[in-house]
Design a protein around this ligand. Structure first.
Ligand code: NAP
Length: 437
């Protein structure tokens, strides 16, 4: 048999795993190494999907099957750019696939963004998901009102996690520190601001409807902002989705503000222009907009909403990785349909930007595997032994998949009643567990 094509996939989120799966099915002999900077795999499934949406996380069972394939090896706790450079990986492997996602917040670009009380969704979601990078965010939740900017699914996640009751979170894997902070918060009102109209909102209907079914919180909406029908050009599918959202939003207009102790206010045609206050946020200043040719245009009319917390949830961006060309405007690795350079490919959000659901990443993986199968008939570079030698020479403690399973087993064993797991929130705790077992 010819030598397997050696492939390093950088990143173990959905795009990385779909690529590994597609490579295994490509009909070529492959040796696939998944290199992940955290000890824990699964990227946004673990660190992004909301802690109360556990069924969405079930897809990891499929990823685990891929990880356990004899042709696949997991190298957790190995950061490309810190422990090993991209150039070194490209030297070691026939093909390198970047599946590094979009881990950072897009900036709002308005005055006051640096005040205490402003947390972008990447950081805030990471915090309530026990992501080690954001474990110490310590958001100031001692506020009565919060402003969430953006009307996409991340914005909905952020608003919902803030207002759900402890009982509603019983089956979630919200870390204890976040649960305590949220429960202790006097928050009663969350404002969600869309710079365009209800027809342009990005959230999907299941997520929107859930906001009308919460134990302690009622949605609020000014009927004057709602059109009777879906306006403008849209495909049949898009129109049906928008019609569903519109019907749900109309339902929300019938809800009384005093029905429940907390409220989520959906506010459209409002673009943030400044975050006001001293050291801490005291209010958000917005400009009323109208939508012209699909774009929000300011009307010159301004208003302020008092709030102590501003949570921009306006989309993510990738970071440059040394050795890969970066399209700074788009916040992605510069690529042509997933091809970056000879033997270098990109998949998922770092390829096409932060849009789509988990399964949207699958075709990216299939495309990258097809490129690799077309570019290589058999392998030429050693791959795994060269990476292992590099890591050993630098005393990097790579975490194997079996070691991750020990971390996972400990998290499951420590789960509070009803919850799936109690997550480790620091790399040190994860490594200590591996070392002692
Ligand atoms: P998104 O769907 O693109 O939504 C971003 C929102 O921010 C939009 O409402 C956008 O308004 C607004 N925005 C952008 N720039 C702004 C600015 N400067 N000022 C004010 N508003 C601004 O992104 P996302 O919510 O981060 O979600 C990312 C992807 O993950 C999406 O595909 C989403 O569906 C998916 N996701 C899915 C789930 C789920 O299925 N449950 C959960 C979470 C995330 P404009 O439209 O006017 O630009």
């Amino acid at each position: 048999m010819s030598d397997p094509i050696t492939v390093a996939i950088v990143g173990s989120g959905p795009a990385g795993f779909y690529t590994a799966e597609a490579l295994l099915r490509s009909g070529r002999a492959v040796a696939v190494d998944i290199v992940e900077r955290l000890p824990t795999p699964y990227g946004l499934i673990r660190g992004g999907v909301a802690p109360d949406h556990q069924t969405t996380k079930n897809v990891t069972r499929k990823y685990e099957e891929v990880a356990l394939d004899p042709a696949v090896r997991y190298f957790g706790n190995v950061e490309v750019g810190r422990d090993v450079s991209l150039d070194e990986l490209r030297d070691a492997y026939d093909a390198v696939v970047l599946a590094i996602g979009s881990p950072f917040d897009r900036p709002l670009g308005i005055p006051g963004e640096d005040k205490k009380g402003v947390y972008g969704a990447a950081a805030f979601v990471g915090w309530y998901n026990a992501h080690p990078d954001f474990r110490n965010l310590d958001p100031a939740l001692d506020v009565h009102a919060a402003a969430v900017i953006g009307v996409g699914n991340v914005a909905i996640d952020v608003a919902r996690v803030l207002v759900k009751t402890p009982t509603e979170m019983t089956k979630a894997d919200l870390p204890d520190y976040a649960a305590r902070a949220i429960q202790a918060s006097p928050l009663t009102d969350v404002y969600m601001f869309g710079r365009r109209g209800p027809n342009d909102a990005k959230f999907t209907n299941v997520e929107l409807r859930e906001m009308g079914e919460l134990d302690n919180c009622v949605p609020q909406l000014d009927a004057a902002q709602l059109p009777k029908t879906v306006e403008g050009e849209a495909s049949d599918r898009d129109r049906r989705l928008k019609e569903k959202n519109l019907a749900t939003l109309w339902e929300f207009t019938k809800r009384r503000a005093d029905e429940k102790p907390k409220r989520v206010h959906f506010c459209f045609y409002a673009a943030p222009v400044a975050i006001l206050g001293g050291e801490r946020v005291e209010a958000l200043r917005l400009e009323r907009t109208q939508v012209v040719a699909g774009q929000a245009r300011g009307t010159g009319e301004f208003f302020e909403v008092p709030c102590g917390l501003v949570l921009p949830s306006i989309g993510y961006r990738g970071a440059p990785l040394e050795g890969a060309p970066f399209d700074a405007k788009a916040g992605i690795v510069a690529n042509r349909d997933g091809r970056v350079a000879d033997g270098l490919y990109a998949v998922g959000w770092i390829r096409r930007g932060p849009t789509g659901v988990i399964a949207t990443n699958r075709p990216d993986g299939v495309a990258a595997a097809a490129f690799i199968a077309a570019d290589f008939v058999h392998g030429r570079k050693p791959g795994r032994p060269q990476l292992e030698a590099l890591l050993a020479s630098r005393r990097v403690q790579a975490i194997s998949f079996a070691e991750w399973k020990k971390i996972e087993a400990a998290e499951i064993a420590a789960a509070p009643p009803g919850a799936p797991r109690r997550k480790f929130a620091t790399v040190a705790d994860m490594l200590a567990l591996v070392d002692e077992s």
